[in-house]
Design a protein. Structure first.
Ligand SMILES: [Zn+2]
Ligand SMILES: [Zn+2]
Length: 101
């Protein structure tokens, strides 16, 4: 997991969602795989949406290395919140997981 930027520790909603993400991953160590997967994915979506809505200026720049998702968003949805959600995932997930959605 990357170290989240400082603003995610000072924003109460970010901090709460980050804690929920850690909980979901930790539960996955003991719970059945599908439960861990659902919980972690749900929190990831909530956190990415919150970042796109509330912290748009802190969302990273589009991936410039041929990311297929960014290429698709650039064609279809250049101002869209969904592109910001995709980019926001890189703030709190390892790159290979962040780019899955
Ligand atoms: Zn926040
Ligand atoms: Zn991308």
């Amino acid at each position: 997991m990357p170290t989240p930027p400082p603003f995610m520790r000072t924003c109460p909603q970010c901090a709460e969602l980050l804690a929920g993400l850690v909980d979901a991953f930790l539960q996955g160590l003991t719970a059945p795989l599908h439960a861990e997967h659902d919980g972690a994915v749900r929190v990831q979506i909530l956190l990415a949406r919150h970042l796109a809505d509330v912290h748009p200026d802190d969302v990273p720049a589009p991936h410039s290395d041929g990311c297929p998702a960014c290429a698709r968003f650039e064609r279809l949805d250049s101002e869209g919140v969904f592109w910001r959600e995709h980019l926001a995932r890189g703030l709190f997930l390892p790159d290979e997981i962040a780019r899955l959605m």
